[in-house]
Structures are given as C-alpha cells and as structure tokens.
Design a protein around this ligand. Structure first.
Ligand SMILES: Cc1ncc(COP(=O)(O)O)c(C=O)c1O
Length: 384
C-alpha cells in the first residue's frame, strides 16, 4: 500500500508542479447561466446546457411523470429487461430528425465513442482522427490494435496525404462537427466529398452541435450517406443525459451485438429518457433562441478580440480565450471568480501543450447584462 501511495503521490506532485492538477469544486446549485459555489452566486460560463433546457418545465414535468409511472431506475441492461418503450420513441425521433434509417441510444457520449470505435475495429477499420478529437474518440481508436492515425486539425490536405498512404478497405474519417475546446467547425462538406471520392466511411461526433446547429437544431450533419455514422449527446444542448448513434439499419444491428458499452451496462433511468423525449420535441422549435445564441457568441468574440485576447478559430457558442500558459489561465480563472464569473482554466492534456485557455460556453439564457459583465471583467484583467 505504501509503495502504491508513493507512486500516486509522485504522479500527482508532477501534475501539481506543472500547474496541471485537477481538483473538484463543490457546487451548491447549477443552472446554465448561474452557479452557486460556497454560497456565492456567480454567472456561469462553464456549462454545456446551451439552450438552458436542464431547467425547462416540460423536461421536468415529463421526468417526474416517468418516475411516477416507472420508478427511479431501470436496473437491467437494455438487452435483458431494460428496453423501455421510451427508448424506441427516442430512436425513431432521432432517425427522423437526422434523416437516417435508424438510431441507437447509449448511456453516455464517452461510452458511445469508446465502444462504437472499438466495435468498428472488428470490421478491420482503420481510423483517421482529427488531432483535436475528444479523448473518448482517441481512446476508442486506440482500442483498434493501433489501426489509427491523426491528421492535422481540420486540414483536408493532410488527411488526403495520409489516406493516399493507406490501402486498407475500411477507412474511417473521424471528427467532431463543432470542436469541444476550440469551438471551431469541421469542414463537413469537404470531408463528405473526400470520403465519397476515397471510399471512406465517416464518423462524426455532434456532441456540441446538438441543440445549436442545423435546420432543426439537431446538428450539422443530416441525411448522410449510408456509410456515415453520426454520434450526438443528450447531456449538453438537450439539457438531459445520454447519447445516440444515428446510422443505417445494419449498422444499428451490428452495434446492438458488438458495442460493449451498449451491451454490458444498465439502461438509462426512465426520468432521463422522458426528458430526452421532451427535449427532442422542443429543440426543432427553438429557432430564434439558436439564432440569438450564435449572434451573441459572435458579438462576444468580437469584443474579446478587441480587448486584445485571441479566440482562435471559434465560430460557435464555445469561445476559448487562448492564453498558452497554465499559470496565466489559472490566474484569469481566479480573477473571474473573484468578480462573480465562473469559467474554468482548461490545460493540457485536455488541450494541446502550450494552449492553456479559459473556455467560455454561452447559453441562450445568458442575458445581455451577463455578457456585458463578462466583457467588463475581462477588460479590467487585461488592463491590470
Ligand atoms: C466531443 C465530445 N464527445 C463526447 C463527449 C462525451 O459525452 P458525455 O459527456 O455524454 O459522456 C464529450 C464530453 O465532454 C465531448 O465533448
């Protein structure tokens, strides 16, 4: 035990020295635009609840009704006795909204990426992942006996160069549509064209596009080619929890049989399923909220850039202030908190070396006053 503790302490000390130690903060209450920490109310710019749906009356009402009807848990896997009818309603809604033959709900986005990519490796897949893909994608690809490589971020020429070198028949291009940490957007049309030309399959993670982008708010990719697999989450823009795959019918059947993160896990609680279903009803109608959210994000980016900060290639509701240095990122995060604004410093390895940042995520329920306050505090820090 002593040896183990020493090993742990060595690793943690290394992280602390690099100003990289992760620590949990206790939260008393949470909303998309407000957070209560140690009894202090702060404006929350660190939530992925992009439409504020986690507090929406219809989601709450449906969740409560589902608890009354089914109970709080569904203590079995879907393949045993947990496949509540609610699952099938959600899946047919997702397939309709995404324009795919089928859909499959998973417990979490992390589990989805990990286990779907692992399952695809049983079909001799070789993965070409964007360098900035989420950890769950990279881990999933790594489970494929190293049949993966990474292309320079959003760089079609680099992807093409790598594809030209690979003669494998089942090549998969893997990307996020809206990147979680940089808030920039993948060149989806170019990727679709390249995939077609090179006979590749596409795997697109829409975790941060869901709720915010697309005609019906369900992301940037719809009516995809049959060889495309789309992944999305319900725990961010949908305000609930869980994730889905939208795909062809044969792919769905394959995943039900081969995706370990689907097979060997307990079904989602009924309240979660009912709130997802409510979110899917509301989101297509929230056109003006989406437009306003993206306009506010553009205005915030402009203001932040005018102060002198660098927001990189952000083109969405995720606006990162790139600082490069861990100490600087921590110091700005602390200053914001002292001034009643909550936004976390994001450091390597979550983001690449020397790109420590403050990640700001906007929600449709932030007020103009919230945004003005953020800009004023950032201006004061920059000037100090
Ligand atoms: C791009 C991306 N994919 C997947 C996930 C994982 O989703 P979940 O939180 O539902 O596990 C995240 C979560 O942060 C993400 O940012």
């Amino acid at each position: 035990m002593e040896v183990l503790n020493t090993q742990i302490q060595t690793l943690l000390a290394r992280k602390e020295q690099a100003l990289n130690l992760r620590q949990l903060k206790s939260i008393n209450a949470l909303q998309a635009s407000e957070i209560l920490i140690n009894g202090n109310k702060l404006i929350n710019f660190a939530s992925n609840d992009y439409l504020g749906l986690s507090q929406h009356p219809l989601l709450k009402e449906r969740a409560i009704k589902a608890i009354e009807q089914y109970g709080v848990g569904c203590p079995s896997s879907r393949l045993i006795s947990g496949n509540l009818e609610l699952y099938e309603q959600i899946e047919s809604n997702i397939a309709r909204l995404k324009g795919t033959q089928a859909a499959l709900v998973f417990p979490t986005g992390f589990q989805t990426n990990l286990s779907v990519l692992q399952a695809l490796s049983k079909l001799n897949a070789f993965f070409f992942c964007d360098k900035l893909c989420h950890n769950s994608i990279l881990l999933g690809a790594q489970l494929s006996n190293k049949a993966f490589t990474r292309f320079a971020h959003n760089n079609i020429a680099d992807l093409k160069r790598l594809l030209d070198k690979e003669s494998n028949k089942n090549n998969w291009i893997v990307t996020e549509s809206v990147f979680s940490m940089d808030g920039d957007i993948a060149c989806i049309d170019n990727l679709r064209n390249l995939a077609k030309k090179t006979n590749c399959h596409l795997y697109i993670d829409e975790a941060h596009a869901t709720g915010v982008f697309g005609k019906n708010g369900m992301g940037l990719v719809s009516n995809p080619e049959k060889t495309t697999v789309i992944m999305g989450t319900f725990g961010k823009g949908c305000g609930s929890f869980g994730a889905y795959i939208a795909c062809s019918k044969p792919m769905r059947d394959f995943l039900v049989n081969y995706a370990a993160g689907f097979i060997y896990t307990t079904a989602l609680p009924p309240a979660v399923l009912a709130s997802i279903q409510a979110a899917l009803e509301i989101i297509p109608q929230m056109v003006s909220q989406r437009q306003e959210l993206l306009q506010t994000s553009a205005r915030l980016r402009d203001e932040i850039n005018q102060i002198g900060f660098n927001t990189g290639q952000s083109n969405s509701q995720i606006v990162s202030i790139l600082l490069g240095d861990n100490e600087l990122a921590l110091s700005l995060s602390q200053y914001l908190e002292e001034n009643k604004i909550y936004a976390r410093a994001i450091r390597p390895p979550t983001v690449p070396e020397n790109t420590a940042r403050i990640r700001l995520s906007l929600s449709a329920i932030h007020s103009n006053l919230d945004i003005e306050r953020l800009i004023t505090v950032l201006r004061n820090w920059y000037a100090s």
